[in-house]
Ligand binder design. Sequence first.
Ligand code: S3P
Length: 436
Amino acid sequence: MSSDTITVKRAANGLRGTITVPGDKSISHRVAILGALSCGSMQVRNYLCSEDCMNTLRAMQQLGAKVTPGDSPQNFTLTGTAMQPTAPTRDIDCGNSGTGMRLMAGVMAALPFNSCMFGDPSLSSRPMRRIIDPLGQMGAHITACGRKPGCAPLRIEGTSLTPIHYELPMASAQVKSAVLLAGMLTEGTTSVHQPAITRDHTERLFNHFGVPCRVSEYGLDIEVDGPSVPQAKDIIVPGDISSAAFWLVAATVVPNSEITLRHVGLNPTRDAIITVLRRMGADITIANEQHEGEPYGDITVRTANRLMGTVIRKHEIPNLIDEIPVLAVAAAFAEGTTIIRNAAELRVKESDRISTTVNNLRAMGGIVEEFEDGMAITGGSPLHGAVMDSYHDHRIAMGFLMAGLHADGETTLQNCANINTSYPGFEEHLHTLTGA
Ligand code: S3P
């Protein structure tokens, strides 16, 4: 469990050592959902036992999926319902997770019973119209009954749906996946077109579980045939590159660092953080690359000789959307100006990550200009420690703790128990790598 308040100091001896970051959050949610609908039993290894993914797994148990414990909490046997789930007897708690709620909405909408999904205050203020609209076009009955219009709780009257072709108005893997999961449960072919490549874990897992799915040459068009029952098949969840990103940045900026992160997922729709940090001058090498549905490998990072600002390209934004707060921290330590635009989606994450990143950078003495769709960070001058809030956002908490490892004085992050939503064991890793 992460503490509510965490204080760090400059990592005077650098970051050193080897760790294995926890399992990928996006993949874990999808494994729980597809495994719960599957026919048969599968061994799941390295599932992310964070609050977000445990909420999704508990929701799937409510639908009748069976979880048999293995040798550790991350390893278990998941037995599916062969697409014959039972109606949940309680409302489904999605906690802090937009991914859990939006993906499960695609499934619940197409099942023959009613359900209700709710979340914490942060999730209850995030936009749900983006999935209600396309699922509504398929014939779904979803009512957003939150205090804020278009927000959770979601009441869903399950019914059989009709396939559609949907042109996504924004580059969102959650919206894409909600429609594709509904399509998997619907008679006929459901297709989506996305304006830019987004993480493709749903498509890869369809393939893994034998759900007929086709992806066009450039990855922008995807179709799924339904109704299709996923066939249970053992799976190992790779480490989460979004969790690794914190250490990639810290070891890059803190002098005298050399760390290795083992078994990190290297899916090409998620690895732009590596491309961009290398472009800035980071010393990152990858070894022992393997491929089991998803590529993964061991990443070694040494302190950069010289770090330069960069312009993040439009197509890179969806590929590093969750890494932008910590990338902004790297930019504050780089010479010159880093420009991040076309990233308005950041405003509807666990916090408004444009304003929370800008606020916290400024609190540490960073020079940053805020735009509606991004920010420009002029780096190179030293940062100083500050007392900051996480704004109920795990990635803001961890991102600014990384800044504190290379800042003068003490850096304190308040309200950061939310780190448990994605990175259980974060504080242990902080101690291992900094020796503090
Ligand atoms: C996710 C997609 C992204 C990302 C989120 C996880 C997923 O959200 O920010 O943390 O697992 O599909 P959007 O689809 O809203 O961009």
